[in-house]
Write a new protein. Structure first.
Length: 480
């Protein structure tokens, strides 16, 4: 750059020095000292030359030593040639740094526009940048790719987090422009497929500076109000990348991912893919397709219900038939149990009748005994001993009643024992105590002799709860 500096002021100084140099002058000569420039003046003139000759110069280089903005908001780093042979210090003031649409990164090849400047306190040459853009790629595209990579690393596009759409939503929320073709297409499809659908429209700008904020407010409103929507369609028609910029805005993408209601993104045409599409639970190629995905035709839905009802009836009929078949296979075994229970019941009833007859005879026997004692007392000749005899009779009478009560208690105990035996003989109680009914495979009669089976025979075991199929490994026959 030094070859481009104006040389005239420096030549004038040399000429003046030669004129004075006819007589040798020592350091500190008042004449030379009066004409010498201060360091600040030299730097000021250098900056003047640089700004006059290299105003708004474009420089291409790789970002080096980038550490982000300082506390003041200003940013300082270096630009170096791709070959690494030259390096130039760079400074970007806070007001200019905030206008950069993408994130500066170490090693990024950029085109920077600015003016050279020498910092007086250090005498360092730097380039004050007022505009910067990536080399070989648009700033908006680079910002898009950087934001996409950052949000993907946070998991906002994770497929595992996508929620399924409700089968038949009762309320459908739509976020789009009130006057756009996207809204007309959505309403047309919904009206044809499900005329009774409840649609709530939250108008929002879909392009321009105000669009991101309005879209975020709409999505937040549906999430904030309970039961306001079962699914949300976020839509707009096609357009250029600038027209779709609102749907690549970070606040919009985060609002889509944070929505409590499943979101279908239908932005642009099929070839257009925005960050909102990646964050949504489902992406539709067009607004019309989004409406088709939300609801199926009502008649198709009713046909599906009819098919499911028919299938359910068939399953229940088959299950009922299988249950009846299994129950009939065990009927003979339970019939044998019923006969045994009947036999034991007859014996128990006979014992009960005998016990009751004995108890009924006891009062007559005691009364006969008391009558005999009373007759003997009446014939007792000694009247003086009668009170004593009466007392003894009373004692005997009380003793007889006590014995009768004891006999009745004993009879009740025997009756309880007999009833317990009857209950114990119930086949279900037998099974509940750990016993089982074993039959050979294909037979219904209970197996009572190990000699009737051989190793490898199949067995069916009926337990108190459930059934078991088994196979004989070996047999042991008891020989009496």
């Amino acid at each position: 750059m030094s070859s481009r500096f104006p040389a005239r002021p420096y030549a004038l100084r040399r000429t003046a020095a030669r004129r004075v140099g006819e007589t040798q002058m020592s350091f500190g000569d008042t004449g030379m000292d009066a004409r010498a420039m201060s360091v600040s003046e030299v730097i000021s003139q250098i900056n003047g030359f640089l700004r006059a000759g290299l105003l708004n110069v474009w420089v291409r280089g790789e970002v080096s030593g980038f550490r982000g903005p300082a506390a003041s908001g200003h940013c300082f780093f270096s630009l170096k040639d791709e070959s690494g042979d030259a390096t130039l210090r760079v400074k970007v003031f806070a007001s200019d740094f905030r206008r950069i649409p993408f994130t500066l990164e170490e090693g990024l090849l950029v085109l920077a526009r600015g003016t050279p400047d020498v910092y007086p306190e250090r005498g360092e040459l730097s380039l004050r940048i007022v505009e910067i853009q990536p080399s070989g790629i648009g700033a908006l595209q680079l910002a898009f790719e950087q934001l996409k990579a950052r949000l993907q690393a946070e998991g906002l596009f994770d497929v595992a987090k996508k929620r399924p759409l409700p089968l038949l939503p009762r309320r459908i929320g739509v976020v789009t422009s009130r006057h756009g073709a996207a809204l007309r297409d959505i309403l047309k499809v919904l009206g044809a497929r499900f005329p009774d659908a409840h649609v709530t429209i939250y108008p929002a700008s879909v392009q321009g500076a105000a669009a991101p904020g309005e879209i975020v407010r709409a999505l937040s409103a549906f999430s904030r109000v309970a039961d306001s929507a079962d699914v949300i369609i976020l839509a707009r028609g096609g357009g250029s990348s600038d027209d779709l910029a609102a749907f690549n805005d970070e606040t919009v993408v985060r609002a889509v991912a944070a929505s409590r209601v499943p979101v279908i993104s239908a932005v642009g045409h099929e070839v257009d893919v925005t960050l909102a599409d990646l964050a949504a639970d489902l992406r539709a190629a067009t607004p019309s397709q989004a409406a088709e995905l939300v609801v199926g035709r009502r008649d198709a839905f009713e046909q599906q219900l009819a098919r499911e009802e028919k299938n359910l009836r068939e399953i229940l009929r088959r299950k009922n038939q299988e249950g009846r078949s299994r129950l009939l296979r065990f009927a003979p075994a339970f019939a044998a149990f019923a006969s045994r229970v009947g036999m034991q019941g007859s014996e128990t009833r006979a014992a009960r009748r005998s016990l009751l007859a004995s108890l009924r005879r006891l009062p007559a026997l005691f009364e006969e005994r008391i009558s005999r004692v009373d007759g003997r007392l009446r014939r007792w000749p000694d009247r003086a001993a009668l009170p004593l005899r009466r007392e003894r009779v009373a004692q005997d009478r009380r003793a007889a009643f006590d014995r009768m009560a004891a006999r009745v208690a004993l009879a009740n105990e025997k009756l309880s024992v007999a009833a317990g035996r009857l209950e114990a003989l119930s086949p279900l109680r037998v099974l509940a105590r750990g016993y089982a009914v074993v039959t050979r495979e294909g037979e219904t009669a209970p197996l009572t002799d190990a000699a009737r089976v051989a190793a490898g025979d199949g067995l069916r075991v009926r337990l108190a709860r459930g059934r078991v199929r088994a196979r004989v490994v070996s047999t042991e026959v008891d020989h009496e």
